[in-house]
Design a protein around this ligand. Structure first.
Ligand SMILES: *Cc1c(COP(=O)(O)O)cnc(C)c1O
Length: 423
C-alpha cells in the first residue's frame, strides 16, 4: 500500500491519486451512488466520541450529541450504541432520536420556542430533562406535568453574558443580547418557584455559549457562573444533579480545533468535587470533519477574469458557505496530471448569486465530469439542506469499517410534491 498523504480532509486521506474513506475510493462511491452525495466516516466519529469521553473520563460525563448537527438515523443509532445521549431542539428531533434508539433518559430538550405538543411529547417520552429558556415554558411544563400526574425534570438555561469569539455573529449565543437563555436572577426566581410546585423537579442547570469556539477559557467562565448558582440554590435546599456546559467546540477549519485535553483540564479544575454530573453537548466536533460532499463538475466557464467551476451541488445541498461564509476545503477526488493551478469560484446551479461552495480558491483546474470533494460538511450540511429550486436532496452514505451503507436514499421528484394538492 502506498503512503497516505494528509489532505485538508482529515478523515479522507489521499492514497496515490485518489481520496479515500477507509478502503473505498471517493470517486467509486460517486459513481455508484451518484452526486451530489454526502459521505460520512463512522470510524472518525467513533474516534472523536472516544476522544471527548476519555478527556472527561474522571467526571463520568454524559455526552448528549447535538442532533441538529446531523440527524441521520443510522449515525444517531451508532452514536447511541457508543452510549451517547441527545441534545434536541424540536419534537421532530425527539422523534428522530427515539426512532434511532437513543435512550430517552439521556435526552435533553433545548430551544426557546417549545410548543405545547413538544413539551407533552417530551414528558410522555420521559426524557432526562428540559432545558428551559423562558418563564412561560416552565409554567406550561408545570401545567402539563400536573395533568399527567408526572414530575417534570428541568434545568434553566443561563445566559452568562459571555462574548465567546466565534467566526460568525450568527453562531454567538452566550451574550446578553441574544434570544437564548435567561439572566441569573430570573433563573434563581424560577428555581425558587419550582420548589413550591410538586410537579416540577429542578434537576440541573444549563449553559451554551455559541459555536465554533476553540478557546477553553469562556467555558471555564461560564462553568464558574453556573456553579455559583448551584451553590446558592443548595443553601436554599434546592439540590441540582447536573451541570450542562453545552457544546460549540470548534474544529478550527484545519488550523486545529478545540483541544479537548486543555478544555477538560480547565473545566475539571473548577468542577471536581462538586458531586454533580457533567453533561457535554458536542455536535460539530464529533461529525463535521467526518463528512464530505461529493459533487460533479458540470462546466468550467470564464467571465471577465473570473473562472467559475460549476458543480451539481448548490446552496440547497450545502448552505453554510452562503449563510455563514464558512470555509470548506475543496479537493479533486482524483488528482489529474498537468493541470494549471488557477484561482476559481466553485459555484452551484441554483439561481442565486449567493450560491457558492468556495470563493477565490487556488486549485488545479478541474474539467467537466470530474468529481470534487467538499470537506468538513458532516455537521450542518445535510441537516440544513432544502429543496430550493425544486432540487431533490442528496443521498447519504455511511462508511462503517469495511461496509458502505446507503443510509438515506436520494430524493425523487415525487418526494418534492408529497403532501401538495391542487384543490
Ligand atoms: C447547537 C447546539 C449545540 C451543539 O453545537 P455545536 O456547535 O454543533 O457543537 C449544543 N447545545 C445546544 C443547546 C445547541 O443549541
Amino acid at each position: 500500500m502506498r503512503a497516505e498523504a494528509p489532505t485538508g480532509l482529515s478523515a479522507f486521506p489521499r492514497e496515490g491519486k485518489s481520496l479515500r474513506c477507509g478502503s473505498f475510493k471517493l470517486r467509486d462511491l460517486a459513481d455508484r451512488f451518484g452526486t451530489p452525495l454526502y459521505v460520512y466516516s463512522m470510524d472518525f466519529v467513533r474516534e472523536r466520541f472516544r476522544q471527548v469521553e476519555s478527556a472527561f473520563a474522571s467526571a463520568d460525563p454524559l455526552l448528549a450529541y447535538s442532533v441538529k448537527a446531523n440527524g441521520n438515523l443510522a449515525l444517531l443509532n451508532r452514536l447511541a450504541a457508543l452510549g451517547s445521549g441527545a441534545d434536541i431542539v424540536s419534537g421532530g428531533e425527539l422523534f428522530r432520536a427515539v426512532k434511532a434508539g437513543v435512550t430517552p433518559g439521556k435526552i435533553l430538550f433545548a430551544g426557546v420556542g417549545k410548543t405545547d405538543e413538544e413539551l407533552k411529547a417530551g414528558l410522555d417520552a420521559r426524557i432526562y430533562s428540559f432545558n428551559v429558556e423562558t418563564i412561560d415554558e416552565l409554567h406550561r411544563l408545570d401545567d402539563f406535568a400536573t395533568e399527567l400526574g408526572a414530575r417534570a425534570p428541568f434545568g434553566v438555561r443561563i445566559n452568562p453574558d459571555i462574548q465567546a469569539p466565534t467566526p460568525h455573529q450568527y453562531t454567538r449565543t452566550g451574550h446578553a443580547e441574544t434570544k437564548f437563555g435567561l439572566p441569573v436572577p430570573v433563573a434563581v426566581g424560577l428555581y425558587r418557584w419550582a420548589k413550591t410546585r410538586p410537579h416540577l423537579r429542578p434537576r440541573g442547570i444549563d449553559v451554551h455559549i455559541g459555536s465554533e469556539i476553540v478557546d477553553p477559557v469562556p467555558y471555564k467562565k461560564a462553568l464558574r457562573q453556573v456553579l455559583e448558582v448551584v451553590h446558592l440554590l443548595k443553601k436554599e435546599d434546592i439540590h441540582l444533579e447536573y451541570v450542562d456546559i453545552g457544546g460549540g467546540f470548534g474544529i478550527g477549519d484545519g488550523s486545529g480545533g478545540m483541544d479537548m485535553g486543555a478544555l477538560s483540564d480547565e473545566l475539571l479544575s473548577v468542577f471536581q468535587g462538586s458531586g454533580l454530573r457533567m453533561i457535554l453537548e458536542p455536535g460539530r466536533f464529533l461529525v463535521a470533519e467526518a463528512g464530505v460532499l461529493l459533487t460533479s463538475v458540470r462546466a468550467v466557464k470564464r467571465s471577465g477574469d473570473h473562472v467559475f467551476v460549476v458543480t451539481d451541488a448548490g446552496m440547497n445541498d450545502l448552505l453554510r458557505p452562503s449563510h455563514y461564509r464558512s470555509h470548506h476545503p475543496v479537493e479533486a477526488a482524483v488528482v489529474q496530471k498537468d493541470r494549471k493551478v488557477e484561482v476559481v469560484d466553485v459555484v452551484g446551479p441554483v439561481c442565486e448569486t449567493g450560491d457558492f461552495l468556495a470563493l477565490d480558491r487556488s486549485m488545479p483546474l478541474p474539467r467537466a465530469g470530474e468529481v470534487l470533494a467538499v470537506g468538513n460538511v458532516g455537521a450542518y450540511g445535510f441537516s440544513m439542506a432544502s429543496n430550493y429550486n425544486a432540487r431533490p436532496r442528496p443521498a447519504e452514505v455511511l462508511v462503517d469499517g469495511d461496509e458502505v451503507l446507503l443510509v438515506r436514499e436520494r430524493e425523487s421528484f415525487e418526494d418534492l410534491i408529497r403532501g401538495e394538492v391542487i384543490p
